[in-house]
Design a protein around this ligand. Structure first.
Ligand SMILES: Nc1ncnc2c1ncn2[C@@H]1O[C@H](COP(=O)(O)OP(=O)(O)O)[C@@H](O)[C@H]1O
Ligand SMILES: [Mg+2]
Length: 481
């Protein structure tokens, strides 16, 4: 194998030659650890290294490049080399280029970036949470783009070549979904497309959603009770209305120690459970694996909870099957209302058995409402599908901007609660006490969390379940006398 010496050259992301007037300027990955400077201008995302190298440093850098040759031919290990390099500035550059994804690293490190889109000889485009789609100052030529695509594929252990030019997989370093159309006859040998959907940051806790007014405390307690007793929950709403965010935060209400099985296209969900089988689909190749395949496996693995990131089509039948077997299934479904969701589940191509629909009793409807001009907030409602009727339980009151409870005592009022009573052999009285205790625990935990940390960064997503269940257990113990 011959190694192109040019490719060993360590690249520096140099600051722009002319002074830029930035709409916003910040450091990434964080103000504490500054590796890159980001400057947002009208439609552009300019990124460069915080470090600059003087001539002496540049000379030292080229000495390291010689050693990198040995690393590439396998005569030296990268770790050893990095251990020896004392200059932190060099370490960062070498790491990025040899262990990371090269000039794409800053986009991965910037939590504002949710999508990265690479084509040959065009500015790499990114989607920024605040500024939307931006062109960056990074451009890859054909060789560099090919190299990058192969690097992604190698990291994920996937074949990528002219013969197998389509690939979509989760890369292991940042757990993002990478989809590639490789330079081949498919692209008439003209281009390559690499599209990367980044994983979101640490999930929001249910306390944060309460704090933002997206859920009321009673509403959260009701959903908690449903999660605890493995009642399926279908989260419906339009695009980008917070379905996945809500599903994820509900998962922290699963009793610690439960077995959880998740199925997703892109791994967005993170769960504080120890017995967690986490699966993602495989889209291309000789042996693709669909949501349907994964669900079928989940049902066989005797799981307590089966979570599907999103159902869209026929896989809904397998999902319904898991509900029939008594698994709690938390799922998101793109539909305007619970009624619309039911209609779509009943009609082709899904065509669920109406008997199964009866088992889907709890719907959350996610909404975005315009509170003031240009101020959009998320407000989520709960509907109960009971005795073939959709009954509102928690609904949004726009005049007061609060989520109101429509039913005095939900545990007493709904017929479907009988199923919980039968399957779990608990009385309605206990369920009612538990519901009240949950309201109490949430109020208390929320209040304590706010006094300790007004930003609610703590308790973290991982800590919350333990805290909530410990308090719940204590309260139930006390109230049993
Ligand atoms: N309750 C909320 N309050 C404020 N922003 C939210 C809320 N829920 C979600 N978001 C933001 O809205 C965007 C879309 O959320 P997501 O859960 O992915 O929507 P969906 O799954 O419905 O498409 C994300 O950027 C997320 O951070
Ligand atoms: Mg979603």
């Amino acid at each position: 194998m011959s190694i192109d010496l040019e490719s060993i050259k360590l690249k520096l992301l140099k600051p722009p030659v002319t002074e830029l007037s930035c709409i916003e300027k910040y450091n990434i990955p964080s103000p504490q650890r500054q590796l890159y400077v980001v400057c947002i201008t009208e439609g552009n995302y300019i990124v460069y290294d915080v470090v600059t190298l003087d001539p002496v440093a540049l000379k030292n850098l080229s000495k390291i490049e010689e050693r990198l040759y040995d690393v590439l031919v396998g005569e030296e290990s990268l770790t050893d080399l990095l251990d020896e390099v004392k200059d932190e500035r060099f370490k960062h550059i070498i790491e990025r280029q040899y262990a990371g994804y090269d000039v794409l690293e800053p986009f991965f490190l910037d939590p504002n970036i949710i999508n990265i889109h690479v084509m040959i000889n065009r500015p790499i485009q990114v989607h920024h949470r605040v500024y939307g789609r931006l062109n960056t100052n990074i451009i890859l030529n054909s060789d560099e783009a090919v190299e990058l695509a192969l690097r992604f594929a190698a990291a994920a252990g996937k074949p990528l070549s002219e013969a197998t030019p389509l690939a979509s997989f989760i890369e292991p370093r940042y757990e993002s979904r990478v989809s590639i159309v490789f330079l081949s006859d498919v692209t008439m040998r003209r281009n390559i497309t690499i599209d990367i959907r980044k994983l979101t940051e640490t999930p929001w806790t249910i306390l944060k959603l309460i704090h933002m007014g997206s859920l009321s405390i009673e509403e959260t307690a009701f959903l908690w009770l449903m999660v605890k007793y493995k009642v399926p929950i279908l989260i419906v709403g339009g695009l980008m209305t917070g379905k996945t965010t809500l599903a994820t935060s509900l998962l922290a209400l699963i009793p610690p120690g439960s077995r959880v099985f998740t199925v997703e296209d892109t791994p967005e969900i993170r769960i504080p459970a120890t017995y967690w089988t986490r699966t993602t689909t495989r889209e291309y190749g000789e042996y693709p694996i669909s949501v349907f395949d994964l669900l079928k496996t989940g049902v066989r693995l005797s799981q307590d909870y089966i979570i599907v990131g999103e159902i869209r089509g026929e896989e809904a039948r397998e999902w319904a099957h898991s509900i029939l077997l008594g698994h709690c299934a938390i799922t998101t479904f793109h539909a305007e209302s619970p009624e619309a969701a039911i209609l779509r589940l009943l009609s082709p191509p899904i065509s669920l058995d109406p008997q199964v629909i009866k088992m889907i009793n709890v719907f959350v409807k996610t909404n975005i409402v315009e509170k003031e001009p240009n101020k959009r907030v998320f407000r989520h409602e709960v509907y109960v599908h009971d005795e073939n009727i959709i009954k509102p339980l928690f609904t949004y009151n726009p005049t007061k901007d609060i989520i109101e409870s429509n039913v005095e005592n939900p545990i007493e009022s709904f017929k479907f609660i009988d199923r919980i009573v039968l399957t779990h052999r608990v009385s309605r009285e206990i369920l009612e006490r538990e519901y009240k205790a949950m309201i109490n625990v949430l109020e208390e935990t929320y209040r304590e969390a706010l006094t300790r940390d007004p930003t609610l960064e703590t308790p973290t997503y991982r800590e919350l379940a333990e805290i909530l269940y410990k308090k719940l257990y204590e309260k139930m113990q006390r109230s049993s006398f």
